[in-house]
Ligand binder design. Structure first.
Ligand SMILES: Cc1cc2nc3c(=O)[nH]c(=O)nc-3n(C[C@H](O)[C@H](O)[C@H](O)COP(=O)(O)OP(=O)(O)OC[C@H]3O[C@@H](n4cnc5c(N)ncnc54)[C@H](O)[C@@H]3O)c2cc1C
Length: 520
């Protein structure tokens, strides 16, 4: 399927095997320096995670005079920020009619205001710090292909207008795809996420902020009003601890209130020049979206969708479906990049931003962004920095992670947790019996019973077999093999591990245990 990917050189890492369109960007070399800090030093804020959320938060705090350190498990952009599609939207996966009906009209207005504020923050940072990140205003089209969708679209129009979003009916949808009704949202945008976060990081470091790469926070404790965080190489002490890790590590309420999803993206070259100019979304389930990005003078059509719960769908099939879908409407010259990435769906539709429920004092978290974390991660920076600095913040109550929302999302909540419970039980009995490891093909991973115990086995291209204990180190579910990304994915809370068992995505912090097969 990948036709000419080799021409691109990637120096950035991702939490997945596949390379996203953004990863050819190498960033400023000065940022690759890892500083260790002094063991006696007490920071005001430790921010775990250098995605858009962590870096925005760190910059705002450092700008306000706090001494901040970012500890990143790998490198900036390693997580979903490096695998995003980077639309800047003021409408969200939780639609305005849904927000209005579940949280009230004022909440819908506040969310709309938050979207606009996040957009303005991105614009103003880009301007203030001179960040050249391909930032552009675009129109956004949402279109319906049948009567049912059209009815929903009408509700979206009414609730969005009421919430204060600039939107109107449209007689085009920006694509060569037939439709029966459409809306156009004004003042949407797009950018290059890695160029943007590298620009923010430069500003952060210039203000005296510290970035520690390859520093996964594995344990934390809280004593004498200070957090002590431990990684393999360094111990960090700080007054405030912020988990900007997309999902907080360990078992906590937020593991249960967010469901992990994989989402798929292609970046294609077209025959001809009919690349869409705006950001375009259909209303199918699973949905599709389209946009164009100009990179190094070359246009790429970015198409995404085909999402499914992590560990539940077929990733290879998802890429194929996406490609087949595009082929119906465009003449594709080549698929230059294809990648997948993870996001977290909050049980009641809104993100969780603020104090970690049940966590130590002054522990903050930002998660549950759905497919909107570029905007919501940016807004999180404002909310969390305001909370730490003692400033009033109008969004803090609505997005409070400790909120109890008994009605909204309740059926989904039950379903997600029924899924989790089912996996706890069923996966222990469903693994395939293999009489011999030789049945395994190169590049394949399987759950198997081998000499009476369940193992996760993987064979690499050279024939080397790696056997792991398939019990996720987070909450004990059984991981499943993801062929497209060559990873072991947990169907319960979205923990992901590479084929050697190393953690790729939280919430687990411990690698999968290696199993000695005793024959090599
Ligand atoms: C395919 C796809 C397309 C999307 N498109 C859009 C879009 O168009 N617009 C939009 O608004 N949103 C979009 N999103 C959502 C958005 O990209 C994400 O919500 C956002 O990037 C999350 O940023 P983050 O900084 O919170 O997390 P991440 O970018 O995942 O960063 C978390 C970082 O924490 C590090 N980390 C994890 N655990 C630890 C630890 N214990 N110690 C230290 N570091 C740790 C990780 O290595 C990682 O670098 C999309 C999501 C997907 C999957």
């Amino acid at each position: 399927m990948m036709e000419n990917k080799d021409q691109h050189n990637s120096s950035n890492q991702r939490d997945s095997l596949s390379e996203s369109i953004w990863h050819g960007y190498t960033g400023q070399p000065d940022l690759n320096e890892t500083k260790t800090g002094s063991p006696d030093q007490v920071y005001d804020c430790l921010i775990a995670g250098a995605g858009i959320t962590g870096i925005t938060t760190a910059l705002l705090l450092q700008k306000a005079g706090m001494r901040c350190v970012i500890a990143e498990a790998k490198s900036p952009g390693f997580g979903t920020t490096g695998g995003t599609s980077a639309h800047l939207n003021t409408f969200f996966d939780a639609t305005y009619p849904e927000i209005e009906s579940d949280f009230g009209a004022d909440a819908a207005k506040l969310v709309a205001k938050g979207g606009k504020e996040a957009f303005d923050m991105i614009l103003s940072f880009a301007k203030q710090f001179g960040i050249d990140c391909d930032l552009e205003y675009k129109k956004g089209w949402l279109y319906a292909e049948n009567e049912k969708e059209s009815k929903q679209l009408q509700q979206i129009l009414e609730a969005s207008e009421k919430a204060g979003v600039e939107v109107k009916p449209a007689d085009e949808n920006g694509l060569p795809i037939p439709f029966i009704s459409a809306l156009v949202f004004e003042q949407q945008g797009q950018f290059h996420p890695l160029k943007y976060i590298q620009g923010l990081l430069s500003a952060f470091v210039a203000l005296g902020g510290i970035l520690l790469e390859n520093t996964r926070i594995k344990e934390t404790s809280f004593e004498d009003d200070l957090h002590t965080a431990v990684s393999d190489s360094v111990t960090i002490r700080a007054k405030n601890l912020i988990y900007a890790t997309h999902i907080p590590p360990g078992i906590n309420l937020l593991s249960l209130r967010n469901a992990p999803y994989r989402s798929y993206v292609l970046a294609l070259k077209l025959k001809g020049d009919n690349y869409p100019d705006g950001l375009v979304y259909d209303m199918q389930e699973p949905y599709h979206y389209f946009r164009t990005h100009l990179l190094d003078g070359e246009k790429y059509l970015i198409v995404g969708g085909e999402d499914h719960k992590t560990g539940h769908g077929d990733p290879v099939q998802a890429f194929e479906n996406l490609r087949n879908y595009v082929d119906q409407y465009y003449e594709v010259e080549s698929v230059v990049y294809q990648w997948s990435a993870q996001y977290y769906v909050p049980v009641d539709g809104l993100p969780y931003i603020g104090q970690l429920p049940g966590g130590d004092s002054r522990t903050y978290v930002a998660t549950g962004f759905n497919g909107n974390g570029i905007m919501l991660g940016t807004l999180s920076g404002k909310i969390i920095s305001d909370l730490i600095l003692g400033n009033k913040n109008e969004y803090a109550k609505l997005f409070d992670p400790s909120r109890l929302k008994p009605v909204a999302g309740f059926s989904e909540f039950v379903k997600e947790n029924a899924d989790v419970a089912w996996h706890f039980i069923a996966d222990r009995f469903s693994s395939e019996e293999l009489s011999t490891l030789r049945e395994l093909k190169a590049g394949e991973g399987k759950l198997a019973r081998f000499e009476g115990r369940q193992i996760a086995i993987y064979k690499d291209d050279s024939g080397k077999i790696t056997a792991l204990n398939p019990t996720c180190t987070h909450a004990g579910c059984i991981v499943q093999f993801n062929h497209a990304e060559q990873s072991w994915d947990c169907p319960c809370h979205g923990g992901r591990f590479d084929t050697s068992g190393k953690v790729l995505n939280g919430p687990p912090v411990k690698d999968l245990e290696k199993v000695n097969l005793g024959y090599q």
